[in-house]
Design a protein around this ligand. Structure first.
Ligand SMILES: *Cc1c(COP(=O)(O)O)cnc(C)c1O
Length: 663
């Protein structure tokens, strides 16, 4: 039998209190207090103060600034530095200090809540790496988290392989969730032999015999958790992760059977954790309260029966307020970190005190709330198109143009506060007639073009009139959205915001400059993929989520950068290479003072070759196939000179090692 701790973790409740001098006092708890922001304050149309948890601020010069650890820099300055160093856009910026600050804020919230409630069990966080397995994220959270004994959670063998070798505190939990085979169990038990506090969580009852058998074979005593299937469900998009229909978890009867089996084997001590999880992004604190009471009751029953697990792990669910509305709606949360910690701590304390059992070490597995804020995608606008823009000079109208065109153009002069309704109705019918005439061959392309342009101008003029009214009735309230521009952005929605594509989840998008100028236009965003789903039509605004984004008038060729925020949780790792757009280049940025920063590390974006090879192709074969195409074209006399052939080969080879985005 190898020497290793019989049960992991500290033997009694010893809370590690962070050194307050290293905490950043400048960044408030989330959500930020309701400070009055006037409508024309820089950044106000984007609700920056409401959702950025204090990590962003629009400067008086209109630049969006990131702030953490007592320092502050303009994001556009970071981008300028990267571009000067030859780094391409689009890019992901990561701010490891925000990860550290998130850890500090969460642990701080639990410290405060425990002190207030007289909670004696202590708190330890565990970061579930499935939320973002990127190296800098895991290493930063493991390293900076050592101070609070922050652990890591793995849901698969590959994740466990990563987690086991991180530089965590020996008492930090290494939590093994997910379905397991023998090798998964073996690797976990070897982790115990390495002196790590590894806990194997039973997701289903059948895993117990497997764990006992492998542990016996290896001579390493296991530390076991049971995942309890709470009756309480979460709320929001992932409510079905919890509740009676949950995919994972043991019923009350199954938990009793596990306890009995372990007692019979003389291994009652092996049960170290009761685990629950009601799903991610729980927007309603009421659901948190209900779930924790149920979990605490299960804990108290086990404890009174003599099988007190050391840890009560209530899983993830701590929500991020993506739209800044502070409501119990799917993209938001009606509570902040302090209220969350208070709800958990008070719930467990009350139930345990009533039952007369000791307070357990409270564990949470927050992933989203630790990682969402640390990453931003920066992408440039490459084109602006829209119904009210006249990109080309129209061909002249023929002298014998159909009178309908003049009728439409004349309507434009009639638009006014008293007439806009009549003009609108007439324009709608004239447009319908125009299409009929065109379909029947009575109208030429130039006539149609002039009529369509006049129609768009009429709508724009009406929109101007309506904007000055107190109230815009249907359908005029929708005019600004109908007339919105489309900004074509050099990025792929499928790489950057998969949850917007899959679930319609809104993410904040903000121009990185010009925020001191009031935006004068509205726009939707289109990515450069060839998929019509590759667009964004839900934007976080000041008071609501709107179908269009307020933007500035972008001149042709003007550099206009957009930041996509709160993308650090799940988006990074759910990303897919639709249309073969690959991973973006990234830079890890550390703020060092006022307007001072260091680019700690850059990671090149995926080369086209990598994305292509993932689809089963070999670059050598592709180059050989190109050679055969060239030979064939030459043989057929299509006339490709040696010089042309070698230029084609060079371009093709360069593309294979090039960035997948527009350069
Ligand atoms: C995904 C997951 C989490 C993370 O939840 P967040 O809401 O992102 O904090 C925690 N625990 C378990 C078991 C999970 O599956």
């Amino acid at each position: 039998m190898l020497a290793c701790p019989a049960v992991p973790g500290p033997a009694h409740a010893d809370v590690v209190t962070p050194d307050p001098s290293t905490l950043d006092a400048s960044t408030p708890d989330v959500p930020t207090p309701d400070v009055a922001v006037s409508d024309d304050a820089p950044g106000a149309p984007y609700g920056v103060d409401a959702w950025s948890a204090g990590y962003l601020r629009a400067g008086e010069d209109g630049a969006l600034r990131v702030r953490v650890a007592g320092a502050e820099v303009a994001i556009a300055d970071v981008v300028d530095r990267l571009e000067a160093d030859g780094r391409p856009l689009p890019t992901i910026l990561r701010f490891p200090q925000i990860l550290e600050d998130r850890l500090a804020r969460v642990n701080d919230a639990f410290d405060t809540a425990m002190a207030a409630a007289g909670y004696r069990g202590g708190y330890q966080g565990v970061y579930p790496i499935k939320v973002n397995q990127r190296r800098v994220v895991v290493e930063t959270l493991a390293g900076a988290g050592a101070r609070w004994r922050t652990g890591l959670e793995a849901g698969s063998k590959a994740e466990l392989a990563l987690v086991l070798v991180q530089d965590t505190h020996p008492d930090a939990l290494i939590q093994c969730n997910g379905f397991k085979d023998d090798d998964f169990v073996r690797l976990a038990l070897w982790g115990r032999a390495l002196g790590k506090s590894v806990v194997l969580t039973l997701e289903k009852v059948g895993e117990l015999e497997r764990i006992l058998r492998v542990a016996e074979e290896m001579g390493i005593p296991p530390a076991i958790g049971v995942r309890f299937k709470l009756h309480a469900a979460g709320s929001g998009t992932w409510a079905s992760s919890g509740g009676d229909d949950a995919k994972f978890g043991l019923t009350a009867g199954e938990v009793a059977a596990v306890v009995a089996r372990l007692e019979a084997a003389g291994m009652a001590d092996a049960l170290v954790m009761l685990h629950t999880h009601v799903g991610s992004q729980v927007p309603d604190v009421h659901a948190v309260r209900v779930a924790v009471r149920e979990a605490a009751q299960v804990y108290a029953h086990l404890a009174r029966g003599g099988a007190a697990p050391r840890y009560l792990n209530v899983g993830g669910g701590l929500a991020v307020d993506y739209d800044g509305s502070k409501t119990a709606t799917p993209a938001s949360a009606n509570y902040g970190l302090s209220e969350y910690a208070e709800a958990l701590v008070a719930g467990v304390a009350e139930v345990c005190d009533e039952a007369g059992v000791a307070h357990p070490m409270l564990v949470t597995e927050s992933g989203r709330a630790l990682t969402a804020h640390h990453a931003v995608v920066v992408a440039p606008v490459v084109d602006v198109i829209g119904p009210t823009r006249d990109p080309v000079d129209l061909p002249p109208l023929p002298a014998d143009a159909h009178p309908l065109v003049a009728d439409m153009e004349a309507l434009l002069d009639d638009v006014g506060p008293d007439t806009y309704r009549r003009v609108y109705n007439e324009a709608v019918s004239t447009k319908a007639t125009m299409h009929q005439l065109f379909d029947l061959g009575y109208l030429g392309l130039a006539e149609r073009a002039h009529a369509e342009r006049a129609h768009a101008r009429i709508l724009a003029a009406i929109a101007d009139v309506v904007a000055d009214l107190d109230y815009a009735p249907e359908p005029f309230d929708e005019l600004p959205n109908r007339l919105a521009d489309t900004l074509v952005v050099n990025f792929s929605l499928f790489q950057t915001l998969p949850d917007h594509w899959a679930l319609g989840a809104p993410f904040p998008v903000v121009p990185l400059t010009r925020l001191h100028e009031p935006p004068t236009r509205r726009a939707t965003l289109a990515d450069i993929s060839c998929d019509s789903d590759g667009r964004i039509q839900a934007f976080v605004g000041r008071h609501d989520v709107a179908p269009t984004l307020p933007v500035h008038d972008v001149a042709p060729g003007e550099r206009y950068l957009l930041g996509f925020f709160l993308v650090g949780a799940y988006q990074d790792v759910l990303a897919n290479a639709h249309n073969l757009f690959g991973r973006m280049a990234e830079a890890h940025v550390r703020l060092t003072g006022p307007d001072a920063f260091e680019v700690e590390r850059t990671v090149p974006g995926q080369k086209a070759r990598r994305v292509i090879e993932n689809m089963g192709y070999e670059t050598d074969e592709l180059l050989a196939a190109l050679g055969a195409e060239i030979d064939e074209a030459t043989r057929l006399g299509a006339g490709m000179s040696d010089e042309a052939a070698s230029r084609l080969r060079a371009l093709y080879a360069a593309e294979l090692v090039g960035y997948t985005y527009l350069e």
